[in-house]
Design a protein around this ligand. Structure first.
Ligand code: PMP
Length: 434
């Protein structure tokens, strides 16, 4: 009997033994294509020698130092590199151990900022429905996934939710794409006014919605309008790039494609690429200085903040990403999208194929014309996950039928080192499973 508390208690997973390139192998030697990169984590694939060497070398010199006493070379170098490539104005990096921690830090930083500048009444947060920001209590509270939140209610933070920018289902007939985006963004202004403009502290959103919706990007102009509204009412904009960041969408930061800068940005997953648990929160100089010149320190911090070995891994990863790998993501993503369109474009079960870069979602429907969602009792996503796994493909299906407004989907996020013949493997195996 295994004593590991399993993620899904009704089925124990096989034990993985080896990771090599785009594949993982279990104890029986069966190969699985890592089609979701372990939830958009393994951007470099498995067994990357440069990252392994960087980790080994840091372990040899100084595995750990508490950042209350000492910084480290890899933490300093990684912060410099991230700021060099970050959206304009993001100047300070706070390292954590993962995505939920990054979101917690972002929420607490926003809150402390307003306390420091003498606006303590600003405590309300606006997020979007059908979003996921993590599983710790604060991150869970801002997420817009009702079934995840329900069993832990009442949650600790004052949050309300607006619609996501979900073109496939929310755009009206005859409406232009631009007008649709503005209408969706204007929901933020309505919500700020409803709550009281001086009460709202932040708006948090994923630039491309990952886990809950299957790679849904916003339409052009949406985030520009969101930025305008935040500026108009003094609300901080937090972009959660935990899943879509670190090159996944074709640029190091997904915000780069929206032509805006957030006040705070969270990253994780691809930052450690699976080699070490690491995440980060980046913030603007305005926020940093308000705190530095105010009480003097961010009242937050975990023991493993800025862990040198994790930062060494992150540094090696970001050096590879910015050293040319991210530049290949858009064209590889287009190749895979074209292949998916060829294979599934006419499939009666497939309503939508969308995404950005190597962050691609396919949405399944009962009827392509009406976009009717699949009957939840069919448990399509659970069966798809199992069938794909049997076929040797790890992918990320999710059921979205909780509110009848969005459907079952699968998220594909293969490693950036994938080649066209790997995409054929994905499409074949996914086809067999569907
Ligand atoms: N934010 C987003 C957008 C995510 O997709 C996730 C994880 N799926 C998280 C936060 C939480 O990250 P972690 O699981 O590393 O805590």
């Amino acid at each position: 009997m295994s004593h590991v508390f399993p993620r899904n208690s009704n089925k124990l997973p096989p034990v993985g033994k080896v990771g090599a390139g785009v594949h993982l192998f279990d104890a029986d030697g069966k190969a699985y294509f890592d089609g979701s990169g372990g939830a958009a984590v393994s951007c470099l694939g498995h067994g990357d020698q440069d990252v392994i060497d960087a980790i080994k070398s840091q372990l040899d010199s100084m595995a750990f130092a508490h950042t209350g006493f000492l910084s480290s070379d890899p933490a300093e170098a990684l912060a410099d590199l991230l700021v060099l490539h970050a959206p304009e104005g993001l100047e300070h990096v706070y390292f954590v151990s993962g995505g939920s921690e990054a979101v917690e830090a972002a929420l607490k930083l926003a809150r402390q900022y307003f306390v420091e500048i003498g606006q303590p009444q600003r405590s309300k947060i606006i997020a979007r429905r059908q979003s996921y920001h993590g599983n710790t209590l604060g991150a869970l509270a801002v997420g817009g996934n009702e079934w995840r939140r329900a069993q832990f209610a009442p949650l600790l933070i004052d949050v309300s939710h607006i619609s996501p920018c979900y073109e496939y289902r929310e755009k009206h007939d005859g409406e232009t794409t631009f007008d649709f985006g503005q209408r969706m963004a204007n929901e933020l202004e309505d919500e700020i006014l409803r709550l009281g403009a001086d009460q709202v502290m932040a708006f948090i959103a994923e630039p491309v919605v990952g886990a809950t919706m299957g790679a849904v990007p916003s339409v052009e102009g949406y985030f520009k309008r969101i930025r305008e509204i935040c500026d108009k009412y003094g609300v901080l904009l937090i972009l959660d790039e935990v899943m879509c960041g670190m090159g996944r969408t074709g640029t190091l930061f997904a915000a780069d494609q929206e032509d805006i800068s957030p006040d705070i940005c969270t990253i994780a997953k691809g930052l450690g690429a699976g080699y070490q648990p690491i995440g980060a929160m980046l913030c603007s100089g305005k926020i940093y200085h308000a705190i530095k010149d105010g009480s003097g320190f961010f009242q937050h911090g975990h023991t493993y903040v800025g862990h040198p070995t994790a930062c060494a891994a992150g540094l090696a990863v970001v050096q590879k990403l910015t050293g040319g790998l991210v530049d290949q993501v858009a064209s590889k993503g287009q190749q895979l999208t074209d292949m998916l369109n060829d294979a599934f474009g006419q499939n009666p079960l497939v309503g939508d194929i969308r995404g950005r870069g190597l962050f691609i979602g396919m949405e399944f429907v009962a009827d392509r014309d009406t976009k009717a969602v699949l009957d939840p009792s069919h448990k399509f996503n659970a069966r798809l996950k199992a069938a794909a796994f049997d076929a040797g493909l790890i992918c990320y299906p999710m059921g979205g039928t909780i509110d009848g407004k969005h459907g079952d989907h699968v998220l594909l996020a293969p490693p950036f080192i994938s080649e066209p013949h790997h995409f054929e493997e994905v499409v074949d195996k996914l086809g067999a499973a569907v």
